[in-house]
Ligand binder design. Sequence first.
Ligand SMILES: *Cc1c(COP(=O)(O)O)cnc(C)c1O
Length: 368
Amino acid sequence: MSSLPNAPTPRPGILDIAAYVPGKEHAPGVAKVYKLSSNETPLGASPRSIEAFRQAAGQLERYPDGQALELRHAIADVYALNPANLMCGNGSDELLGLLAHTYLAPGDEAIITEHGFLVYKIQIMAAGGTPVTVKERDCRVDVDAILAAVTDKTKLVFLANPANPTGTFVPVEDVRRLQTGLPKHVLLVLDAAYAEYVRRNDYEAGIELVSSNQNVVMTRTFSKIYGLAALRIGWIYAPAAIIDALNRSRGPFNLNAPAIAAGAAAVRDTAFTAAAIDFNAEWVGRVTEALTALGLEVTPSVANFVLIHFPEVEGKRAADADAFLTSRGFILRAVRGYGFPNALRLTIGTPEANEGVLAALSEFLRKD
Ligand SMILES: *Cc1c(COP(=O)(O)O)cnc(C)c1O
């Protein structure tokens, strides 16, 4: 027995995980700070959802509804879905983790893409699985590369669509081709955190694919367009068998009561959502145009952020821009960890923030 460790020891693989590092929040010494690093909406939450949150404060001694029925029914109404095929999570992060822990056994492989969302890799490794990373092409997910990476050990494929941090998307025809090419037992996870923002005829979040197949799920979040990141609310639309498995693995009260109430009010406030979509479309266009006019390369985005590529020029690289912008109070997201050492991700902010960051970048590029 002498070979037993002398302290509690995590499962093999856990200490190989690189913990998630969120975007910066502070600009030391700067009076006014614009946080444009976490893809949060500049418009806040719907006033109706804030009111629902306040109302929930009167009953904090009570356990929340473990089925989150009020929220599931609101989502079901707005998106025309069967509430039996919905489950809610403490952020979609929780759902992504549940999927990994429910469908991966140690040694199983899960496919992710070169610049994919870092949470996937963390959850795959936490579940004892092996992440298999496939190359992207020009900041776009390559469906054929994913199919080529499938082995007998593959159990999951994680696809953010639109993708973060690139802002690109996989057209619905390619997502269908991916699903068709996957073995029936491989679960395709469509993470559609930014779906509401997309205004493209060749994009679909995944509702149709989930409805007509047994091996596709779609995850969504209230952290982006609904402006409720602080409350941690996500949802998944999935075939009944998958909902059943996830319901067995989750915590019984994984959503808190204020989140259920505020989320339901937010999703029902469709006029607020529509205004947020319009605001974003206008500003993604304006910001992309202005950055391009400054000579910067911007990956065309369908989401609420843009990936800005900096020149390989001494003093003008992403790290230099990051330092300069931070000194002016503009916090962007460094994306080295996503495989972009010379780029920054900029979230669309208030008009004041957007104009300000453009002016600061112009100054940065002009200065010696
Ligand atoms: C922001 C984001 C999410 C949302 O995560 P939550 O846990 O719901 O806040 C999910 N996937 C991607 C790709 C994201 O960028």
